[in-house]
Ligand binder design. Structure first.
Ligand code: AGP
Length: 614
């Protein structure tokens, strides 16, 4: 939540920062703002509520020549989405500018002494007081880097803070406090960047350094000095990131979401590459630090995540149980940490998070770390915080995902979990050769099967035109399709603002059935598997109550023709991997309905891509 970008070097900082903000807009779009040093080393500040286009119209060619500055795109926590609450925030003399991501829990207490001194705050944010505090420190002769460090030490909560000061144009100081909000420094030739995430830096450099919680970076065009919490200088490596900058642009697609849906054959290809091997058929997951003996010693696995990542974890539970014969449970990370979970060093904890920065997931991982649990994280973002807490990372290999709604990262995470289940199953001696063969062949066929699923798009668009006016939907599934029913409902809510409920189909008659009438359509996932007949009964029950049904069925299954109102037939696929295809068709359905309704598909209201507040 909230995007941060900063630049110092020789090139026009204003344009670089505005371009960076465009790439970060998916992190929050309640307001945007920029602070630059003009030729006289005075601060030029522009801020506007709403999307970045509003900021750009406000600036209207008045961007001063500048070689350093900072920018921010906001997801509001304290204070409404107004111009005054937009970042950057300044001290009363207008000499220090600050942008911030996260929450300062004790901001009211920090504000009080200034109010008592008769100073007025111009915003309702928790951020503005940081500028006041930093300016006070500088006034007292403290160096900017030390001033930022002293100030963040007084804050409670977790945050990423970036500050500049008129006394030293060309210098930017960034601090990371706790788990909220990553900070990544980009290294160019005689220029440096700072950002909340990698996507903003990709057009300029792939040479980056990530800040850990508690660290501070003192950034100048030619060098960066890092400090730990105690103020000692730290040596930190420069890493070269593999992401392709072209992947972060929309290209010929109308929306990032559609582009990312269409990229899923490639996501699947990248996810199986080097992991699913033939002759003999086996699965090898890279870089797992556990010996076969340790893996055999695991007695249980707990999977955690939020939103779509939790739905992936629910699919993963089936794989861990089926292939590795490990008792597996799934929990919403935000609930898990407050439940006094029973954990021990034989409990394997698997977290799923595309961003790797979701605060609830990080907090749950911290809890698991305290209990001494071995941890694997499934992540899409190189170098993200989850990857640094876990003992091992299995990457989703989806490339940058810009649309707020997760699509290709879901597919990447389900394949990663499938591979992990098979890998652990082999090490535990729980996997027979036939299962291994079937699953490897099934996974290798996925890129083609996803490609075929995408051919359903015109048919889905036609359904979307007929169903877009409904205000309530029910999604039903059983077994491996249950998490996809939850996902279908989440995706529809998220991008089209239609009320949707996802249920395990067996639960329907215990309450949700009361909702069904001709105004509430049901999307029923009724693939040919061991629960198909039960799904059929559920569909009949819906029909008996005048509900409309869209059934998602297997390739050549005609048994629901004439019963369901509409049928979407998925291509042939290994049944264990069917959630991947179901996910794709659900994504298309939500996307097309949202487009029909004229919704802001890539940036749905109130949401943000990375959720760094509790
Ligand atoms: C999915 O479409 C949502 N944007 C959301 O539920 C997301 O999956 C959730 O916030 C978790 O994010 P993470 O994978 O980065 O942890």
């Amino acid at each position: 939540m909230c995007g941060i970008i900063g630049y110092t070097g020789q090139r026009p900082a204003g344009q670089i920062i505005l371009d960076g903000l465009r790439r970060l807009e998916y992190r929050g779009y309640d307001s945007a703002g920029i602070a630059l040093f003009d030729a006289n080393h005075e601060l030029y500040v522009a801020r506007a509520a709403g999307k970045i286009d509003n900021l750009i119209s406000k600036i209207e060619g008045s961007l001063p020549p500048a070689v350093s500055g900072i920018g921010h795109t906001r997801w509001a926590t304290h204070g409404a989405a107004t111009d005054l609450n937009a970042h950057p925030h300044l001290d009363p003399a207008g000499r220090v500018a600050v942008v911030h991501n996260g929450i300062i829990e004790n901001f009211e207490a920090l504000r009080r002494p200034f109010v008592e001194r008769g100073l007025a705050f111009s915003s309702d944010t928790d951020t503005e007081v940081l500028a006041f505090l930093i300016a006070d420190e500088i006034q007292a002769g403290v160096d900017l880097a030390r001033a930022v460090q002293n100030v963040v030490a007084q804050t409670q909560g977790a945050a990423a803070v970036v500050a500049i000061c008129c006394d030293e144009p060309g210098r930017i100081v960034a601090a990371r406090v706790g788990n909220a909000g990553g900070i990544v420094i980009g290294h160019g030739d005689g220029e440096r960047f700072v950002a909340s995430d990698l996507a903003a830096l990709l057009p300029h450099t792939r040479r980056v350094t990530f800040l850990e919680p508690g660290e501070v970076a003192d950034i100048r065009p030619d060098e960066v000095t890092y400090y730990d919490t105690a103020g000692h200088v730290l040596a930190k490596p420069v890493e070269t990131q593999p992401w392709d900058p072209v992947a972060a642009v929309k290209g010929r697609y109308k929306h990032f979401m559609l582009k990312e849906i269409h990229e899923q054959p490639d996501t699947a290809l990248d996810s199986v590459r080097g992991r699913y091997l033939t002759a003999p058929h086996r699965v090898e997951v890279e870089d797992l630090p556990f010996t076969a003996e340790q893996v055999r010693d695991f007695n249980r696995v707990v999977l955690i995540g939020m939103g779509t990542s939790m739905h992936a974890a629910m699919v993963g539970r089936h794989y861990l149980e089926r292939y590795a014969r490990l008792p597996a449970e799934v929990d919403n990370a935000a609930e898990f940490r407050y439940r006094s979970p029973v954990l021990d060093p034989r409990t394997l904890v698997i977290s799923v998070a595309q961003s790797g920065e979701t605060i609830d997931t990080l907090a749950a991982m911290d809890e698991a770390r305290r209990a001494g649990c071995p941890q694997i994280t499934i992540c899409n973002t190189p170098g993200a915080q989850t990857t640094r807490i876990a003992d091992a990372t299995v990457y989703m290999r989806a490339g940058p995902e810009i649309a707020v709604a997760s699509t290709k990262t879901l597919v990447g995470s389900m394949i990663a979990l499938h591979a992990l289940g098979l890998h652990l199953g082999r090490l535990r001696g729980a996997l027979d050769a036939e299962t291994s063969r079937r699953q490897v062949e099934g996974a290798l066929h996925l890129p083609a099967a996803i490609g075929e699923t995408l051919l359903l798009e015109p048919r889905v668009a036609e359904l979307a035109a007929r169903y877009a006016a409904y205000e309530d939907f029910l999604f039903l599934g059983r077994g491996l399709s249950y998490p996809m029913a939850l996902e279908g409902a989440l995706k529809l809510k998220e991008v089209s603002y239609i009320h949707a409920e996802g249920y395990a189909a067996g639960e329907m008659k215990h309450g949700p059935i009361a909702l069904i009438d001709e105004r509430m359509p049901t999307v029923a996932i009724a693939l040919r598997d061991e629960v198909r007949d039960k799904m059929r009964s559920n569909i009949e029950q819906v029909k008996a109550r005048r509900g409309r049904v869209i059934a998602i069925v297997s390739a050549d299954d005609v048994s629901l023709d004439g019963i369901a109102d509409d049928v979407l037939r998925l291509p042939e696929v290994e049944p264990d991997l069917s959630p991947v295809l179901t996910a794709v068709v659900m994504q298309l359905l939500s996307y097309e309905i949202a487009v029909e309704r004229g919704a802001d598909v890539d940036q749905p209201r109130n949401l943000a891509k990375t959720v760094t507040v509790e």
